[in-house]
Design a protein around this ligand. Structure first.
Ligand SMILES: N[C@@H](CCC(=O)N[C@@H](CS)C(=O)NCC(=O)O)C(=O)O
Length: 212
């Protein structure tokens, strides 16, 4: 069977780092195109993703956006690895995590912290939006820590959820939240994820340090 043609658009350290690592995980050839979130995306990018966000995956010319969908598409290329879970219940749990991480923790909590202007047109409210967002991040990290019983979020093997959790944990590193003391289970999972070859390869490709 012919190999799929895969291209990922990413920005270093952004949520696209998770599908970037998954691409190494499935061990298939792909092209990765670097953008820079902080510098703003070039206008030509709009035709690929009118939402102007990363990640974007092109799979044989089909454009896929939204992290849970992008990671599902990548995982389907190596079904034997069960990156979206193996049993029916595991698959359900993976989507339960993915939706919450993507919608609530990423979109609302980190969105409020980093992009407060999207939540109000009144600049005088931005500081209070940031304060609330920070509280919500801490609350979500507490929920994650409580939910984790082993070093994997779902079942007893690595899934896409683990690497998504890893990327989000990295965002909190500069926030002075004393992560290892306050969230020991989450920290253990992150340490485990960071040891993976796929994650090390994605970090190197994006020019990022391990940091943990
Ligand atoms: N709902 C989207 C959100 C993607 C997203 O917000 N990506 C960030 C990087 S982590 C981005 O491209 N930000 C640019 C911006 O907000 O202008 C998904 O899950 O893929």
């Amino acid at each position: 069977m012919a190999e799929s043609k895969l291209t990922l658009w990413y920005s270093p350290g952004a949520c696209s780092l998770a599908p970037h690592a998954l691409l190494y995980e499935i061990e298939k050839p792909f092209e990765a195109i670097r953008l820079n979130v902080s510098g703003g995306f070039p206008e030509e990018y709009r035709h690929l993703n009118p939402k102007m966000r990363v990640p974007v995956l092109s799979l044989n010319g089909e454009i896929i956006t939204e992290n849970p969908a992008v990671m599902t598409a990548i995982s389907q290329l190596a079904p034997e690895k069960h990156l979206m879970g193996q049993t029916n219940l595991e698959i359900v749990r993976v989507y339960e995590w993915m939706n919450w991480l993507s919608g609530s923790l990423h979109g609302q909590a980190f969105g409020g912290l980093v992009r407060s202007h999207r939540f109000s047109d009144d600049p005088s409210t931005y500081e209070s939006i940031k304060v609330k967002a920070r509280k919500y991040i801490v609350e979500c990290f507490g929920e994650i820590d409580q939910k984790l019983i082993g070093v994997h979020a779902v079942g007893d093997r690595f899934t896409a959820v683990d690497v998504f959790l890893y990327v989000i944990y990295r965002w909190a590193l500069p926030m002075n939240l004393h992560l290892s003391q306050n969230f020991p289970n989450y920290t253990k999972l992150v340490e485990e994820v960071e040891r993976r070859k796929s994650v090390q390869a994605a970090l190197a490709a994006e020019g990022l340090d391990s940091k943990l």
